[in-house]
Design a protein around this ligand. Sequence first.
Ligand code: ADP
Ligand code: 5GP
Length: 211
Amino acid sequence: MSLKTDGTIFIFSSPSGAGKTTLVNLVSKNKKFTTSISHTTRKPRSNEIDGKDYHFVSENKFQDLIKADQFLEYAKVFSNFYGTSKKLVLEKLKSGENVLFDIDWQGSKQIKDQTINFNILSFFVLPPSKEILYQRLSNRDMKDKLIASERMKDFYKDVKHWIDYDSVVINDDLQKCYNQISKIIDNFLLYKKKIPYNRLMIEKHIRKLIS
Ligand code: ADP
Ligand code: 5GP
């Protein structure tokens, strides 16, 4: 294992609906990074494909994978299980590929604890406002407005974890947010330095979000 030749771990977390999956897909497409495909016990959304967006599995199968120590990390989020397959991800990193993780704050903590020998850069994505977040969740989960409301309930709990991340970005205009993330990633890959973000501005934004 070598910090110089191994790939880098890029973690993206956010309150549900802020846009991290959209941003991860953009980074993956533009920078040709691998995205870790998680296992989940959640039912697929109408536009999701098994093996591409997630490996959709039963709860029994998920429990078997836990017992067989197949996960690098796993967590229960919104009453479903989600987990990152250990073998595939470590193989990719060791072969020099940069890997993107779209995972919650619990998974992020576990990865940071367990992969100390890899370079890690973590992003926390914030919505421009609570109203826009609700709109995004409602548009995405057209079939069930209840899902959007349930996820909004966890917003206050989830958002407080911004403090544990290397970079915190506001996903208002998608392209602008992507450009900001892209610069931070390029800088990290070139110089292994984490660009400090404007903490005062983010704190002010968080205060507005939770008020
Ligand atoms: P998350 O992965 O954080 O739960 P998604 O990436 O699934 O969120 O985004 C939630 C919804 O918001 C999706 O329908 C997505 O297309 C939309 N979306 C994401 N970013 C933006 C943006 N900057 N402006 C408008 N809509 C967005
Ligand atoms: P969704 O159901 O919207 O796809 O995802 C719900 C939450 O689970 C999101 O915060 C997402 O990042 C997180 N998630 C997705 N895959 C994993 C995973 O493998 N591990 C963990 N810990 N969280 C995940």
